[in-house]
Design a protein around this ligand. Structure first.
Ligand code: FES
Ligand SMILES: [Fe+2]
Length: 371
């Protein structure tokens, strides 16, 4: 993949169209084999860490697969396929007993590694190795439990800002949105909607222009710098001010922004690092996590900081759910970009070059062909 610095007024819609055409046949072939879907090798958020408790296993769906998350009495979180290998009952209906999960149907007892330890109908029988629930790789980081549907392609290390000293970290409960994950990433990267969707907070009708910014792509992701905007209340409780954003796509469906107030003599700038991490329920439904790291002198309460980003996100929901199609269309000419869309154009191209198809028109076409 080539690296490059692209300037705002270049016409890169042509190049993304070209990249889409060039890669479409390859992607179609790749995506027909689910095991080769890059999505399956990404770390995906499954629950806030505080939501997985010893008392109650948690059922959820990730990319069409029914899964269960549970926590043993030693505090270790587990994510398994929500299906007992005996007769297919949902393990999420079972009970945590010590360091085991007990199936609700015939009481098979599964240890943390997924292996069945005991079959109550046959107390003296040692269960074979194949009597096992399918356990996924799990990590607990940034206040979130993450899982990977297959072998992880890399270690989970995508939000170092979370560990900055002296900051305040605020977690939102995950929100399910009826759209694809890539559509949500694009919305997160978009500045041109501030005045229309977040009027009085992130923009107003007297400041609709999106000024020039630079976009840089590399195999590791896409970064947009020098993104300036005037915002009426860009931080909780703040008066109108100029703010600067840096946007980053760190993984195909994980994005981050850093926003800071303009430097003022003698004043500490307010800084917000905001992580958007997405978990597809299916191609067109997505659960979204937002984790905010506030770094500055804000006197706002934790509740006010929470509500600030929760309210902004709620304003986005009806818009993104109205977009048609819900998956990200990658066919040349399917949508008409404007110059302010430089970042999303680079994101689309980066997805295509990386072979990503889930939640896009390429993924849909491939899955329909395979059906
Ligand atoms: S279905 Fe789980 S023990 Fe029978
Ligand atoms: Fe928005």
């Amino acid at each position: 993949m080539s690296m490059g610095l692209f300037h705002f007024w270049d016409d890169c819609s042509r190049s993304v169209a070209y990249a889409c055409k060039r890669r479409a046949s390859t992607l179609t072939a790749m995506s027909t084999t689910p095991d080769h879907d890059p999505l399956r090798h990404e770390w995906l958020p499954v629950a806030n860490a505080s939501a997985i408790c010893v008392q109650q296993p948690l059922a959820f769906t990730l990319a069409g697969e029914k899964l269960v998350a549970w926590r043993d009495t030693a505090g270790q979180a587990h994510v398994w396929r929500d299906r007992c290998p005996h007769r297919g009952a949902a393990l999420s209906l079972g009970q945590v007993v010590g360091d085991t999960l007990v199936c609700p149907y015939h009481g098979w007892v599964f240890g943390g590694d997924g292996r069945c330890q005991r079959m109550p109908a046959h107390p003296g029988f040692e269960p074979p190795a194949k009597a096992a629930a399918r356990a996924l790789a799990v990590r607990e980081r940034y206040g979130i439990v993450w899982a990977c549907l297959d072998d992880p392609a890399r270690e989970l290390a995508l939000f170092p800002e979370y560990d900055l000293p002296g900051t305040r970290c605020i977690h939102l409960a995950p929100l399910e949105v009826r759209t694809s994950a890539p559509r949500l990433v694009e919305n997160f990267l978009d500045m041109a909607h501030f005045a229309f969707v977040h009027g009085g907070i992130l923009g107003d009708l007297a400041h609709t222009e999106v000024r020039g910014y630079a976009v840089e792509s590399s195999p590791q992701g896409v970064v947009a710098r020098d993104c300036f905007a005037w915002q009426p209340a860009g931080f909780p409780g703040q008066e109108g001010d100029e703010v600067e954003y840096v946007y980053e796509v760190r993984r195909p469906i994980v994005a981050m922004l850093t926003k800071r107030t303009a430097p003022r003599p003698g004043a500490v700038p307010e800084v917000l690092h905001l992580l958007l991490a997405l978990a597809p329920v299916d191609e067109c439904r997505t659960r979204a996590w937002l984790v905010s790291v506030f770094d500055g002198n804000t006197s706002a309460s934790d509740q006010a900081l929470h509500d600030f980003n929760a309210d902004i996100f709620q304003q986005d929901v009806p818009i993104v759910e109205s977009q048609s199609p819900r998956w990200l269309p990658l066919e040349p000419g399917a949508e008409l970009p404007q110059a302010a869309d430089r970042m999303s154009i680079a994101y689309r191209r980066w997805l295509v070059q990386g072979g990503w198809s889930y939640g896009t028109s390429l993924g849909r076409a491939a899955r329909q062909a395979a059906a």
